[in-house]
Design a protein around this ligand. Sequence first.
Ligand code: ATP
Ligand code: MG
Length: 292
Amino acid sequence: MTRLRVAIQKSGRLSDKSLDLLKSCGLSFARSKDKLFWYGRDFPVDVLLVRDDDIPRMLLDGVCELGIVGENIASEVMLERNSKKDLNCLRKLGFGRCRLSLAIPEELEITSLSELRGKRIATSYPALTRHLLEKLDLRTEIVELSGSVEIAPGLGTADAISDLVSTGTTLRANHLRELEVLFESEAALYGRVNGISEAKQQLLTRLLARLEGVMQARECKYVMLHAPREALEKITQLLPGVEHPSIMPLEGSDRIAIHAVCGEAVFWEHLEALKAVGASAILVLPVEKMLA
Ligand code: ATP
Ligand code: MG
């Protein structure tokens, strides 16, 4: 029987969310804690649990058809292997957001990247950093480190660093300051471009439709409210991402009930604006599943 394999990070920042996402798509697994392979029970997709750095290589080498990994790692490996077209970013997943930034010691009076010409940059992303800096026409010396990049300037092994940042706490703790964002990244589902059979492709299409539904449902909210009939047009305009709401009469009242699926985030400001044009009894509910 046709099955697909998806590689996810075994333990780290992407692990829980990757697994949650697969489960939301209706996948469940016969798993054992220490094993690196989980057999898919309800849907023919199995999971491989590996280090995130290995995921793009496993895809390129044909060990699996799918992988969930940060765009930073996928880009690094594609550049390292000079195979930019061999991995397909099938969908960005909205978690694992971070940026690859150029950071320098706080006390350095540098204001632009061009002042780093010829300097030593420590990084765990040598191919990506080199590529991005060369695109900016900046020749630097890359010092490759596998971890603890942020201590390199203090140790005198580099003048600046190119590292992943999300909040910036690590940079501040090491007396570094962010000079420029080089690359923005989030987790994405990647697939191999070549060598996948027709049957696997069909299974993949099914999985992607479910994934799309899950991702859309996460962004969507179901909104219910009561309003005076004459406010309908204003209310429709105020509901984020709604064109055609459902309208229902309210028994014994001249007000109406309006129900709508909002395709964009619903904030308190939206609710306040709705109330200001006469809406009452406003309810915002999560959408669990959606299939367009
Ligand atoms: P592994 O043992 O699997 O190699 P790791 O230590 O390389 O794990 P993590 O620190 O778990 O990896 O990060 C995994 C991914 O999470 C990164 O490649 C990146 O895409 C994303 N990420 C999000 N925020 C950050 C951050 N602040 N620092 C590092 N990575 C981040
Ligand atoms: Mg890693």
